[in-house]
Design a protein around this ligand. Structure first.
Ligand SMILES: [Zn+2]
Length: 427
């Protein structure tokens, strides 16, 4: 396949061995009148259209005339698999001003846990497939997927099984994360230590034995898991080759970012209350800050992570949806818009944060996250003339085409033909 004549081809080419920090986040490697050649699912050439087309010929030519081409978006933080929904909580927040906070979180999560435990694997696959379809239509070609709504060994494994099945059957590539320490379930309400021991001594070994996860995450927060418990879970995970991630400082300053740095986590996620010292420690260790502005939007507390300080301190920054029953958003385009408006990221930084830096947050940067020779051909054609439209034009889907592993999987242009056809029939 050949993609030709892109008004802007945003390659993010460069030294991508490490996630980008500071001013590097502005360097998008844009090629004007850009072109891309794909063979066997991989990128074989990137450059100016006249040069690429001199060497490569194809019957399958995609014109990106007047459009912007990007690497596929990478959603590095999602709670993909769960049953049911919690739309009533938004109404409570609106009508009664009930905030989503430490005290109410447990109850909310438990509603989803109950429904997820009851649901069959088939039902969970069916529901998550709909989510993945929607993500793909909005340009997400790789997503992380956490467990955490089972909270028994059996149900956590069921969820991770579902992730594995989805990964085999759906075009979106999934990266599984074990989040057994998401909340203390009601069975253990007066003995949280026993639950932590269950996570460490039974769940993690079983997950590792089945090779069902790559990362181990913990919800480090007051009312959930304290610093000591979180550390023990992450260290046990590391002992079983599960790389650490931390839900850090979402509702209070507990020190989750410092913990992330001290255990050598790949990322600390959320960071609404993180301290400067915590951020400096992350910068030193190269821990990625995965920020979730749609989650802040859903929490309705007006608080967003201090992205500018995070960037200024040299912490690599990624953005993700935090898709969950509390933050039902599949579109990274919307997340970019929130990041631009509420966190004052510019479009280039937000694009870096949802492509190459997000690839690093999932340990996939050698395969995806930029348009470079030998990488997977995960490519987006956007129906906008330049990358600055991301964040600026929002609330609609800017995707024209999604190419996953070199295969055209979403094509809005052909859908447009159908609308025209209907119009013609009516006249
Ligand atoms: Zn989360």
């Amino acid at each position: 396949m050949l993609i030709v004549n892109a008004n802007e081809m945003v390659t993010l080419a460069g030294d991508n061995r490490k996630p980008r920090i500071g001013k590097q986040m502005l360097e998008l490697g844009i090629v004007h009148n850009g072109s891309l050649a794909i063979k066997d699912g991989r990128i074989v050439a990137v450059g100016k259209t006249p040069e690429t087309t001199k060497i490569y010929k194809s019957e399958n030519v995609v014109s990106a005339n007047g459009k912007t081409v990007l690497p596929g978006f990478i959603d590095s933080h999602t709670h993909l698999v769960f049953a049911g929904s919690r739309e009533e909580e938004l109404q409570m927040r609106i009508e009664e001003g009930v905030p989503y906070e430490v005290s109410s979180r447990g109850e909310s999560v438990m509603k989803t846990v109950k429904e997820t435990r009851r649901a069959s694997a088939e039902k969970l696959v069916e529901k998550a497939t709909e989510t993945l379809n929607s993500m793909l239509e909005h340009g997400t070609t790789t997503a992380e997927a956490k467990s955490g709504y089972g909270l028994t060994t059996k149900d956590e494994l069921k969820i991770l099984d579902v992730v594995q099945r989805l990964n085999q059957m759906h075009p979106v590539d999934l990266v599984p994360t074990f989040l057994g320490a998401n909340a203390v379930p009601p069975e253990f309400v007066n003995k949280p230590e026993d639950f932590v021991n269950l996570v460490i001594n039974e769940m993690i070994p079983k997950v590792a034995e089945k090779e069902h996860a790559e990362f181990c995450d913990v919800y480090c927060e007051r009312g959930a898991f304290n610093l000591d418990q979180s550390r023990r879970v992450l260290v046990a995970g590391k002992g079983s080759d599960l790389k650490p991630k931390v839900h850090a400082d979402e509702m209070s300053l507990l020190g989750g970012t410092e913990l992330a740095a001290s255990v050598g986590a790949v990322s600390a996620d959320q960071m609404l209350f993180s301290s400067e010292d915590g951020m400096k420690a992350m910068a030193q260790k190269g821990v990625i800050a995965t920020l979730l502005p749609a989650s802040s939007f859903s929490l309705m507390n007006g608080r967003y992570a201090n992205a500018r300080e995070i960037i200024n301190l040299g912490v690599p920054l990624a953005l993700a949806t935090d898709f969950s029953p509390n933050c039902w958003v599949e579109s990274l385009q919307l997340v970019i818009a929130f990041a631009c408006h509420f966190m004052k990221l510019n479009a280039a930084e937000a694009i870096t944060a949802t492509t190459i830096n997000a690839a690093h947050a999932l340990s996939r940067a050698s395969e995806i996250g930029s348009l470079e020779v030998s990488k997977k051909a995960d490519v987006l054609v956007l129906n906008v003339p330049n990358h600055r439209f991301l964040g600026y034009r929002y609330g609609v889907n800017l995707i024209d085409k999604v190419i996953k592993n070199g295969r055209l999987v979403v094509d809005k242009e052909s859908a447009k033909d159908e609308y025209q056809l209907i119009g013609e029939q009516e006249t």
